[in-house]
Write a protein that binds this ligand. Structure first.
Ligand SMILES: CC/C=C\C/C=C\CCC/C=C/CC(=O)SCCNC(=O)CCNC(=O)[C@H](O)C(C)(C)COP(=O)(O)OP(=O)(O)OC[C@H]1O[C@@H](n2cnc3c(N)ncnc32)[C@H](O)[C@@H]1OP(=O)(O)O
Length: 273
C-alpha cells in the first residue's frame, strides 16, 4: 500500500489519479506511477497530469530522484493513445501534442536523477518515456520495447529520433526506426536501449540499488553534466514547439494516415477475437 505512513507524501489521490506520485522525503526519491488501465495509453489528461507532476517534483528542493513506473501489471505504457490521433479535431490534436511536448521537456530536462522501472510492454511513446530517463531497468521475459511508429503508418518525430540517437547511436537507430522494431529485454540490453535486465520481481530493488550510486554524486556537478549532454536536443524542440504541434496536427489529419491508424486499431481489436 502506498502513501499511508510518514515519510511518504502523495501528490495525487490514491486510486483516483492517473499519475500517482509518492514522495519519500527521507530518501528524497519520488516514485511516479502511470495508472491508466488497461495499458497506460497516454491521452491528453495523463500527459497533462504527468507534466504537472514533473514540474512539481523539479521545484521540490527535498526531491533528488524520480523513479518512473507503472501501477498497471504487465504494462509500462502502450505509448500515445491512438484514439487521440484517430478521427480527432485539429484543435484537440494540437492541445494533445503540446501536452506531450511539455511532459517530455519536463522529463528529459529534469534536474532529478530519473530511472525507468520497466515492468511491462513499452512501445512507442512508452519507449520515449523510458529512454528519456537517466537509467533503465527492464523485466526479463515476454515484454517488448521499441519505437514501432512506422508499423502504424506514422513517423517518429525528430525529437523521438534524437533521444534514440543519444541512447543507442546512429546505426541502431536507423534500423530501429525504419523497421519500427520491437525488442525483447535481452535484445534491448544488447543494443544499449536498456541498462539492466532482471527478473520482474527484482526490477524495483535493482532500481533502488542503482539509485544509491547516482545519489552519491553531488547534485550540482551531475546536473550541469546532464544539462550539457541534453541541451542541444531539448533546444531543438523548444525553438519550434508551435511549428511541431501544427505539423503533427496536419500530418495526422491526412487521409492516408487516418486509414493506416484505422487499420491498426482494427488489427489490435482482431488480435483479441
Ligand atoms: C515526418 C513526420 C513527423 C512527424 C509526424 C507526427 C507525428 C506522428 C507520430 C506520433 C507518435 C506516436 C507515438 C505512439 O506512441 S503511437 C502508439 C503506439 N502504440 C502501440 O502500437 C501499442 C499498441 N498496443 C499493443 O501493442 C498492446 O496493446 C500491448 C502490447 C501494449 C498490450 O497488449 P495486451 O494484450 O496486454 O492488451 P490489448 O488487449 O492489446 O489492449 C487492451 C486495450 O487497449 C487498447 N490499446 C492498446 N494500445 C493502445 C494505444 N496505444 N492507444 C489506445 N488504445 C490502446 C486495445 O485496443 C485494447 O482495447 P479494447 O479492445 O479492449 O477496447
Amino acid at each position: 500500500q502506498v502513501c499511508t505512513q510518514v515519510p511518504y507524501r502523495c501528490y495525487s489521490t490514491p486510486g483516483v489519479g492517473q499519475v500517482q506520485v509518492d514522495m519519500n522525503s527521507e530518501t528524497g526519491v519520488a516514485t511516479v506511477r502511470l495508472n491508466r488501465p488497461p495499458v497506460n495509453s497516454l491521452n491528453l489528461d495523463v500527459l497533462t497530469e504527468l507534466g504537472i507532476a514533473l514540474e512539481k517534483l523539479d521545484a521540490d528542493r527535498t526531491c533528488r530522484a524520480m523513479v518512473l513506473a507503472s501501477a498497471v501489471p504487465g504494462i509500462f505504457s502502450a505509448g500515445l493513445d491512438i484514439l487521440e490521433m484517430y478521427q480527432s479535431t485539429p484543435e484537440r490534436c494540437v492541445a494533445f501534442w503540446r501536452a506531450l511536448q511539455d511532459a517530455w521537456l519536463g522529463l528529459y530536462g529534469s534536474r532529478l536523477v530519473t530511472m525507468a522501472a520497466i515492468e511491462g510492454h513499452s512501445p512507442a511513446g512508452g519507449c520515449l518515456l523510458a529512454m528519456s530517463c537517466d537509467y533503465r531497468v527492464m523485466a526479463d521475459g515476454k515484454f517488448q520495447i521499441g519505437l514501432n511508429e512506422t508499423r502504424l503508418g506514422i513517423v517518429a518525430p525528430f525529437w523521438f529520433e534524437d533521444v534514440m540517437l543519444n541512447t543507442i547511436g546512429h546505426r541502431e537507430t536507423e534500423k530501429a526506426l525504419q523497421l519500427g522494431a520491437m525488442y525483447s529485454a535481452q535484445q534491448a540490453l544488447s543494443i544499449g536501449l536498456v541498462d539492466k535486465v532482471v527478473p520482474l520481481a527484482e526490477v524495483m530493488p535493482t532500481v533502488q540499488g542503482e539509485l544509491k550510486n547516482w545519489l552519491q554524486i553531488p547534485d550540482a556537478a551531475r546536473v550541469i553534466t546532464k544539462t550539457s549532454m541534453r541541451k542541444q536536443v531539448l533546444d531543438r524542440l523548444r525553438s519550434q514547439k508551435e511549428k511541431d504541434a501544427q505539423f503533427f496536427a496536419d500530418f495526422i489529419g491526412r487521409d492516408s494516415v487516418q486509414r493506416s491508424l484505422g487499420a491498426y486499431i482494427a488489427s489490435l481489436q482482431k488480435r483479441k477475437s
